[in-house]
Design a protein around this ligand. Sequence first.
Ligand code: 4NP
Length: 157
Amino acid sequence: MVRVLFVCLGNICRSPTANGVFRAMVEQEGLGDHIETDSAGTHAYHTGEGADRRAFASARNRGVDLSPHRARQVREDDFHRFDYVLAMDRENYDDLMSLSPSGTADRVRMFLGFAPHLDHDEVPDPYYGGPDGFDRVLDMIEEAAAGLLEEIRTRHL
Ligand code: 4NP
C-alpha cells in the first residue's frame, strides 16, 4: 500500500480538491486497493467543516465529488503513516518541514513538483479570490495528480 497525504493551510479548498481529483484517477485506474489517500491542513481553523462551496462546485463540474470531506489538522503520526506528504505551497512546505518528526522530512514534497512542465511551483490559495481561481487550481491539480500517479506506478506498483 502506498499512502499519500495532500496538505494545504485550511484543508477546505486546495488539499481536499487535490485528494478528490487524485482519488478519482486512482479509482478509475483500478488502483484503489493499492493507494490510500487523505488530506489535512497545517492549521485547525476549519476542523470538522466540509469543503468550501466554491471548491465543491468547481470539482463537481469536473465529475469529482467532495461531499465526504471533513477538514482536519495534520498530526505527528501522519508523517509516519504517509509515504508522500504533499504541500500545495511553500508556506505549507516550510510548516510541514518544521512539524516533521526526525527521519520523516524526505516524505514532504511540493505537489507541483510532479508537474515540472507547469510555470508554477505552488498551487495559489484561491480562498480570497473569485471563482476563476478554483478552475485554475483544478487545472494545476489535474496535471500534478497525473504526474504523481505515474511516479507511484513506476516506483511502487
Ligand atoms: P486552503 O484555503 O488552504 O486551500 O484550504 C484556505 C482556507 C481557509 C483559509 C485560508 C486558506 N483561512 O484563512 O481561513
